[in-house]
Design a protein around this ligand. Sequence first.
Ligand SMILES: *[C@@H]1O[C@H](CO)[C@@H](O)[C@H](O)[C@H]1NC(C)=O
Ligand SMILES: *[C@@H]1O[C@H](CO)[C@@H](O)[C@H](O)[C@H]1NC(C)=O
Ligand SMILES: *[C@@H]1O[C@H](CO)[C@@H](O)[C@H](O)[C@H]1NC(C)=O
Length: 317
Amino acid sequence: MPSFSRTFFALISLAALPLTWATVNGPVISANFPDPAILATSGGTYAFATNSGNINIQVATSPDDGVTWELQSGVDALPNVGSWATVNSTWAPDVIDRGDGTFVMYYAAWSTSQGTHCVAAATSTSPVGPYNPESQPIACQTPGGGAIDPAGFQDTNGTRYIVYKVDGSSLGGGGPCGNANGEYSTPIMLQEMETDGVTPTGEPVQILDRGQSDGPLIEAPALILHNGTYVLFFSSNCYNTDLYDISYATAPSISGPYTKASSPLLVTGDDGLTAPGGATPRLDGGFMVFHVTVNTNPLTRYMYTATLTWNGTIVSA
Ligand SMILES: *[C@@H]1O[C@H](CO)[C@@H](O)[C@H](O)[C@H]1NC(C)=O
Ligand SMILES: *[C@@H]1O[C@H](CO)[C@@H](O)[C@H](O)[C@H]1NC(C)=O
Ligand SMILES: *[C@@H]1O[C@H](CO)[C@@H](O)[C@H](O)[C@H]1NC(C)=O
């Protein structure tokens, strides 16, 4: 039974900082369901998560637009990870409705040939899958440490993109998740896609990177357009410490420049949460799914949701 709790975070409404409140609800999935993504279609509401046990991509459904959730236990939305990839290495999926009866899943998986994670796409005619992987990954960013945490976005003029993280913190450097001294960059990249949503076109461009206040990294990007402003959600610090958070940056155009919010949206202690992170907002910006650490050994992260308030206005679906 989800527990409803107080709103906790207020921010002065500067034009560059439109996100003013998050009202937290949860846990809504009391099982390990990290890095969740939300897909809200006219046919239903779905969530997807990182591998757990022998399931590559977990899926959950909501019969009531995100209020209650049912983990589809034993269902693997991505039973075939692609011939380039290895099982039990699939992280942080995102799913878009292409609008033509096809759904596109973006995911990261380990490539033995690259020695890094790569980001890739898979397609299905059903939101819950099974998704069929494209033959090759979209990006590997091997010298930079790999590519993870892909998420889709469609601009108002119809152009499709993905954002993802170059996984510099995987290159070493010590600390709980690498890069303790910040020697590697962990840029968020914007990659334009063909209308099929699975084929990259042109070169990726960097739209954000870690800074001193982010600790070793930023990751888990998710992009929406809200009221004329591009809003890029991300997490800072190590996922396996209490410093993990949910933050965001805003920009007047898709390629930037992005300005980070002066403080994160959610941190440990807010509403009694520990290490909130991996957030994905619904496309309309009114709602998001994210994970919260409930146990560190073994690391176990439950799904929570939050209703978001922008400039004092609650966006309803
Ligand atoms: C994947 O993980 C499951 C559960 O931990 C395990 O039973 C299985 O052997 C793993 N498969 C491979 C190929 O490592
Ligand atoms: C949409 O806008 C972007 C950026 O402004 C541009 O790069 C792209 O070519 C446009 N796409 C179309 C279909 O007009
Ligand atoms: C949309 O943007 C306008 C102009 O910046 C602002 O006045 C308004 O409050 C915003 N609305 C929402 C719902 O954020």
